[in-house]
Design a protein around this ligand. Structure first.
Ligand SMILES: C[C@](O)(CO)[C@H](O)COP(=O)(O)OP(=O)(O)OC[C@H]1O[C@@H](n2ccc(N)nc2=O)[C@H](O)[C@@H]1O
Ligand SMILES: Nc1ncnc2c1ncn2[C@@H]1O[C@H](COP(=O)(O)OP(=O)(O)OP(=O)(O)O)[C@@H](O)[C@H]1O
Length: 297
């Protein structure tokens, strides 16, 4: 028997970052939106824990126990006193190390898939707890939709959404290390204020107002990502120059996200971004998208 779970990528429409905490993490006001780029994780009974991966970026995904999908299986198994003998196959479409929570998505998906395969019957609260242990972005991958993440981003409050938003993602060559981007933020921002969610942005999400959302997009990690990868400024200029309503670095980057008015504009902006030569490829997507969910039972 196999269980397949489909799980979305995310974009951070607001990422407000406070000062570094004693534990090294940063308190956030992190407004997540799930977008329609997906990975699928299939769990099958096996003699031992094994991870395989297919997709354009598969060679950049670790297949050892550091893979978040493998760690999810181990954590769930340990809590329920079983051995994590499972083959986890990742069909990867989310850009790797791109600030779109691809690894986090696979962690959430593997957790749900193993829970169904093993019949562990973990409660939603237990699943969310394990997600938070796996990483700050992982709980949102389970939940999907739109949510405000506080603490280090793991404490979620759902945000109702009033409409569909259209996006273009410019995928850069290579990745950016999340800890390196936070460290650069610390260097650039010695007196960061406490992070607060923007009422204008939350209103734009609730009413589904694309123009208002475009005016409210904000990412405190963007100067740090641009400092480490100055060429991202060219990508942002190419996207807005091609008619995007706004452009922003996605999370810790280096993927850049462009909000556009409709599907037709998305195709035009994606083509212009590719033609500009400022990115490796461009992908169109919509939000919201549902969180991790089982496809086969
Ligand atoms: C940039 C974002 O993707 C925005 O959603 C997240 O904040 C990062 O989430 P993530 O990749 O799940 O991060 P984790 O695996 O929890 O942490 C990786 C590293 O990122 C930094 N980190 C992460 C989250 C946070 N609130 N403060 C941090 O300083 C820390 O250096 C940490 O060691
Ligand atoms: N299942 C996985 N898929 C991709 N990368 C993984 C996975 N598990 C662990 N990793 C490691 O995590 C690193 C970051 O990859 P990931 O795609 O999660 O980055 P990201 O999109 O920047 O994440 P985030 O937005 O949460 O900061 C990779 O370089 C890789 O070494």
């Amino acid at each position: 028997m196999s269980i397949t779970v489909r799980v979305p990528a995310k974009v951070n429409v607001q990422l407000a970052v406070g000062p570094a905490r004693p534990d090294g993490f940063h308190d956030l006001a992190n407004v997540f939106l799930a977008v329609s780029l997906h990975d699928e994780v299939t769990a099958t009974r096996a003699d031992a824990l094994r991870v395989t991966c297919e997709g354009p970026d598969a060679d950049r995904v670790p297949l050892d126990r550091t893979n978040l999908a493998a760690r999810a299986a181990e954590l769930l198994a340990a809590r329920h006193g079983i051995t994590p003998d499972v083959h986890l196959h990742i069909a990867k479409d989310i850009p790797v190390a791109g600030g779109m929570a691809g690894g986090s998505a696979d962690g959430a998906a593997a957790l749900l898939a193993c829970d169904a395969l093993w019949g562990t019957g973990a409660s939603r609260a237990e699943l969310l707890d394990i997600c938070a242990e796996l990483g700050s972005d992982v709980p949102f991958s389970l939940v999907g939709g739109a949510a405000l993440g506080t603490g280090r981003g793991e404490r979620l409050t759902e945000i109702p959404l009033g409409g569909t938003f259209h996006w273009v993602f410019a995928v850069a060559d290579g990745g950016l290390s999340t800890p390196a981007v936070y460290a650069e933020f610390d260097r650039l921002t010695p007196d960061a204020p406490e992070p607060v969610a923007s009422p204008a942005l939350l209103d734009a999400l609730r009413t589904g107002d694309t123009t208002a959302l475009a005016g409210a997009l904000a990412n405190d990690l963007q100067p740090a990502a641009l400092s480490l990868r100055p060429s991202l400024a060219d990508t942002l200029a190419a996207g807005t120059g091609a008619g995007a309503l706004a452009g922003i670095v996605s999370g810790s980057g280096p993927t850049t996200a462009f909000l556009v008015k409709d599907a037709e504009a998305a195709e035009a902006v994606a083509a212009a971004l590719v033609a500009s030569g400022t990115c490796r490829t461009a992908r169109t997507a919509t939000s919201p998208a549902p969180g991790a969910r089982v496809l086969t039972a």
